[in-house]
Design a binder for this molecule. Sequence first.
Ligand code: FPP
Ligand code: MG
Ligand code: MG
Length: 348
Amino acid sequence: SSAVEEQLDPFSLVADELLILADRLRSMVVAEVPKLASAAEYFFKLGVEGKRFRPTVLLLMATALDLPITRQTSEAAVNTLATELRSRQQCIAEITERIHVASLLHDDMLDDADTRRGIGSLDFVVGDKSAVLAGDFLLSRACVALASLENTEVVSLLAKVVEHLVTGETMQMSTTSDQRCSMEYYMEKTYYKTASLVSNSCKAIALLAGQTAEVSNLAFEYGKNLGLAFQLLDDVLDFTGTSTSLGKGSLSDIRHGIVTAPILFAIEEYPELRAIVNQGFEKSSNVDRALEYLSMGSGIQRTRELATKHARLASAAIDALPENEDEAVQRSRRALVELTHIVITRTK
Ligand code: FPP
Ligand code: MG
Ligand code: MG
């Protein structure tokens, strides 16, 4: 039905395809180094696959951009073409998830995180050396899959994403006092660290479908703003969530001296907080004092509002897509809009 009120679960809309994807992600057994392969599969195992937020976005985007194909050729030829395109787009989802998990394996090492997704982080379980190599292995698998698509523009986009991930992580790690307290710097870092992967892979989905630059840019804008909203909420949850609800440590950013949006807004309200930020958070009393400022002011609220602004921009990008009467297309577009709500109301 076309009822707008229809309850829509974006994840169940692509559930079948997510299963195929999960199988592909799990099956990377390499005879030569079974230990390496099994380490790389660690976060693809049943029950710890995470929210599968990125593949869901990408598969929905693929359908949302589905253009009516000109019926000059036979029905059979059209179907073959459509199937081929879909499997190339599934490949983008697979590559994106591999790059994402590779970055998480390395991230948990850099962050000294003991847990992720409710289980031990890989480096905690198998040691740093194996975990580094498992991340590299996932990344190299992503590269091989990417090359197999034989689309230079798409290769460039995702190669740039990997550079952005490293850039974002490095920006976060080594900052001057001014940079640490700058909202602009924080947003730029957040784009590199989180939004670049979602935005550029959304764009890749559009490019593979042969979409115009205009449509590809709307796909990019959707991914960028959804990614920014996602990370802003992540940074809120680091303060408001519990370790159990998150499946990873809470208050971990501030304890590692990473200053995120809630604290940046709190500094605007209470300039004296800046001195504490500059002292650093090795002293746990400084963490406590920063948390006090945060609870007095509206840093959390303002971060949520900023996330909401980006969620709206993402939603607007979907609304700006060329009109399409097809029901599957419309349903996927509604699901993408629904995802923008899910991202800003989530608790984990
Ligand atoms: C999670 O952030 C980490 C990232 C989004 C990117 C990490 C990137 C690298 C380690 C660079 C290397 C990249 C590759 C592809 C090997 P977080 O620590 O804020 O989130 P968390 O709470 O989930 O750990
Ligand atoms: Mg981390
Ligand atoms: Mg990190």
